[in-house]
Design a protein around this ligand. Structure first.
Ligand SMILES: C[S@@+](CC[C@H](N)C(=O)[O-])C[C@H]1O[C@@H](n2cnc3c(N)ncnc32)[C@H](O)[C@@H]1O
Length: 209
């Protein structure tokens, strides 16, 4: 089974359609490819009962490998702003708790579910489309919700790595996590991308943007 295609070209078409509707919110013209998905989800433990939070799952490029790694264990909550993406994802992955919400409200989503910590946060959010304030709101929520030994992963496109929004994101990650490790470039992804693995969250109150 090809998990990344989750049924032919429908994810790619659906993704493009949503990009044409709301380009800034979707933030990319096509879903992440399987190689990037493998790297971005590598921090999800394949043992135990981890609680995994996915932000901006879209058509599910990262959802399927997360589910594969969990293999029925743990918990997988996915927060998606776009209700059409969310409905499609919920139908495809009944084991995933798909919530239509803004990632900036993640702690209230978790509180309603009596979840008090997250082991792994996998983000597919389009950071380049976020202003400094929105970025800080989401990162503050992530840091506050994470288990101290948890991991936060997020990706960036290589071609935009030196642009101001990407630099702002990296500065914010370094201010909020003791360790930020950058993966090798996933050249086979279109466009090529890399993943940040962020560990040991630091609680901060001041804006870091
Ligand atoms: C670049 S796409 C990535 C989708 C998928 N993770 C992938 O890698 O193919 C960004 C996704 O984030 C969602 N999104 C954008 N802003 C969001 C927000 N504030 N809260 C939750 N989801 C958001 C979009 O609707 C879209 O599904």
């Amino acid at each position: 089974m090809k998990l990344h295609t989750t049924g032919s070209r429908i994810p790619a078409m659906s993704f493009l359609l949503e990009f044409l509707r709301t380009p800034l919110t979707v933030g990319a013209v096509q879903p992440s490819g399987p190689a990037l998905a493998q790297v971005a989800t590598a921090a999800v433990p394949a043992t135990g009962s981890p609680v995994v939070l996915e932000l901006g799952p879209g058509t599910g490029a990262f959802t399927a490998p997360i589910q594969q790694r969990l293999a029925g264990a743990g918990r997988h909550i996915a927060i998606e702003l776009n209700p059409r993406f969310a409905a499609r994802l919920a139908a495809l992955h009944p084991a995933v708790d798909v919530v239509v919400a803004d990632a900036a409200a993640l702690r209230s989503v978790l509180a309603r579910r009596n979840v008090d910590h997250i082991d792994v946060v996998v983000s597919g959010l389009p950071w380049a489309a976020f202003d400094a304030s929105s970025q800080n709101d989401v990162l503050s929520e992530v840091v506050a919700a994470m288990h101290p030994a948890g991991v936060f992963t997020t990706f960036a496109y290589v071609h935009a790595r030196w642009a101001p929004p990407a630099q702002r994101l990296l500065r914010s990650l370094r201010a909020r996590f003791e360790e930020v490790v950058v993966s090798q470039t996933v050249w086979s992804n279109l466009p090529p991308a890399l993943v940040y693995f962020c560990r040991r969250p630091i609680m901060v109150t001041a804006e870091t943007g």
